[in-house]
Design a protein around this ligand. Structure first.
Ligand code: GLU
Length: 335
């Protein structure tokens, strides 16, 4: 009798878990489809134009994807167009520094405080004793590039590129036109690099670091690549498709903490309040958000708000996080 009871309980659990396993992907696809349909016609925001070529990227392109920690993909809209990764590259290079030197080096040599100021703030350099402040604003990201252990400019770039490739699971191109367009207008970032050097908070030659940083930002990705990079973080540092470990699982909490507190620049508090997920945005129009241990949500849409964050991308990710109830502190409603 007891055996029969145990057997029927086991059968029930099996039926339930199979139903759940089947139901989950269907729900993910439906939610992604709804997010795309709901926000595709939003016209708010404008392409970044301080990097002149970014103003020429078609503004109506819009892609939304969920990539799970086991590599399942649920997508809607633009998945192929290669746009520049820009600041979404920053946590990934911070992870390389963590991997080479441990999280304490990131805290001590860069900093981990959100600035509450715009991404390219020079004032933050004067206000905060850490100067570079955190690896997700321009100053801290340029400092992170300078911290990669390298014996030449080429070696520094090759390591950063290889790290981004490993996260995406493929060889990513460099968009040379974006590189030239940004480097030619890099007066603000050059100022930041020189100021950091002056304060002893840049750890290699300023102009060399600036070139490698600009190349890093000009790396081409599509929406799916971005989802895969986030899924690697969701999967404790292992790329779900290649099976390659990119970051020690022990460093994932620190990396996601920086994304949660500083991923949206001076809108990071607003983002955590409404979406509840660690994420990173870029002025190329990409955003990646991570549901730790589960999946990533990535979006691409070029028009940005005042803070430099993709308008449709924010709306879509908030909506998906709200629908799936995956905010870190409970089910944010996405409002
Ligand atoms: N390459 C850009 C810059 O340095 C990145 C800014 C961003 O994506 O937020 O200004």
């Amino acid at each position: 009798m007891t055996m029969r009871l145990v057997a029927s309980c086991v059968a029930l659990v099996l039926v339930y878990s199979q139903a759940f396993a089947k139901q989950q992907p269907t729900d993910f696809q439906a939610v992604v489809d709804r997010a795309h349909a709901q926000f595709k016609d939003v016209k708010d925001g404008a392409n970044a134009d301080y990097i002149p070529i970014l103003a020429t990227v078609p503004s109506d392109m819009f892609g939304v994807v969920i990539v799970t920690r086991d590599g399942q993909v649920f997508s809607a809209g633009e998945m192929d167009y290669e746009f520049s990764i820009q600041s979404v590259s920053k946590p990934f290079t911070a992870s390389l520094v963590m991997d080479q030197q441990g999280p304490a080096a990131v805290r001590e040599k860069i900093g981990v405080e959100p600035t509450g100021l715009p991404f390219n703030s020079k004032m933050a350099l004067e206000l905060y004793a850490a100067r570079s402040v955190n690896p997700l604003v321009n100053a801290g990201a340029i400092a992170a590039v300078s911290l990669v252990k390298a014996d030449s400019e080429e070696d520094r770039w090759n390591q950063i590129h290889a790290n981004l490739n490993a996260y995406a699971g493929r060889e990513l191109p460099v968009l040379e036109e974006v590189y030239t367009s940004e480097y030619e207008e890099s007066w603000s970032n050059r100022g930041i690099a020189n100021l950091l050097y002056n304060y002893g908070r840049l750890y290699s030659d300023p102009e060399e670091t600036l070139r490698v940083y600009t190349r890093q930002c000009s790396t081409g990705i599509n929406t799916l690549d971005l989802g895969m990079m986030g899924a690697t973080l969701a999967n404790q540092g292992v790329n779900p498709v290649s099976g390659k470990r990119v970051l020690d699982a022990a460093h994932i909490p620190e990396l996601l903490a920086i994304m949660a507190t500083a991923g949206f620049y001076d809108e990071s508090g607003e983002w955590m309040y409404s979406a509840g997920l660690p994420a990173k945005t870029g002025v190329g129009g990409g955003i990646v958000a991570v549901v730790p241990g589960k999946f990533a949500i990535a979006t691409f849409s070029p028009p940005l708000n005042e803070a430099g964050n993709s308008v449709r991308g924010m709306q879509a990710i908030r909506y998906i996080a709200g629908e799936l109830g995956v905010g870190l502190f409970g089910a944010n409603k996405g409002e």
